[in-house]
Design a protein around this ligand. Sequence first.
Ligand SMILES: [Zn+2]
Ligand SMILES: [Zn+2]
Length: 305
Amino acid sequence: MISCDKCSGRAVIFQKYSGKHLCAQHFEEDVHRKVKEVLRAYRIFGKPCRIAVAVSGGKDSSSLLMILHNLFSYRDDVELLAISIDEGIEGYRTKTIQAAEAVAKQLGIEHVVEKLEDNFGVTTDLMASQGHAQGPCSFCGVLRKGLLNKTARELSADAVATGHNLDDEAQTVMLNYLKGDVDRLYRLRPKRALAGMVPRIKPLRRVPEKEMGIYAITHNIPIDTSACPYISRAMRQEVKDLLNEIEAKHPGTKYSIMKGFDKILAREPPGSYEVIPCNRCGEPSSDGICASCRLLDRVRAEQSL
Ligand SMILES: [Zn+2]
Ligand SMILES: [Zn+2]
């Protein structure tokens, strides 16, 4: 038996980057400490606030809901609610939403489900059937993000928390570097509450993906592991494999990527992003027509052919 470096308990994990073996209890403490440090940096706590957690039914977002519940359930000034977006993907989303529902219910947290179809009159299945060149994921992503923001705002949330972990963050940074997409990198910067935008926070951005898996297992969190049938993230998968390979040889590399990126973000951005309401639906936009309306035009034009 390998024992914990902080007590005599049985170790459930070895963190190569820290050199530590940790038991279940000290592992939980370590995850909670990292989440608290990230949350402190967002500076939204300390006053009464309502946090909407975007839950998909997968391990990251369901564990996030439980972690935030564990950290804040004894406090009167922090209120949690869970939001799921149903994109309309036959045979996939129904199951994952049931898993999300189960976690929220177990923790006694209000769970709201909003459907793309009820809000925009389209589903991801429909958009996929139209065979747009970019594939359904970019369409689905735009509408999902827009609806998540709108739902959170209408429920008076002060922030939307998503389950992105360290691996997701490091992959996104690397992908955008590889594509030379500096604008998109700057858009990852935490946003202030501008014209209708609810600030997005990523409390798990310092926790490696593997540890989120261990957290879900050691806490018996009901999760659904099915993957979206439209998933096509070929390049992200390559970057993921590459980063895992480098991390194995040079532990701590994922943290270095994220920290280096945070240093860049701490400087002034090239030009500022203005946010104005969309002429048609009133949601936030950069130039008077929001990304959702722009995209729906294309989907509807296709439908009427
Ligand atoms: Zn221990
Ligand atoms: Zn609009």
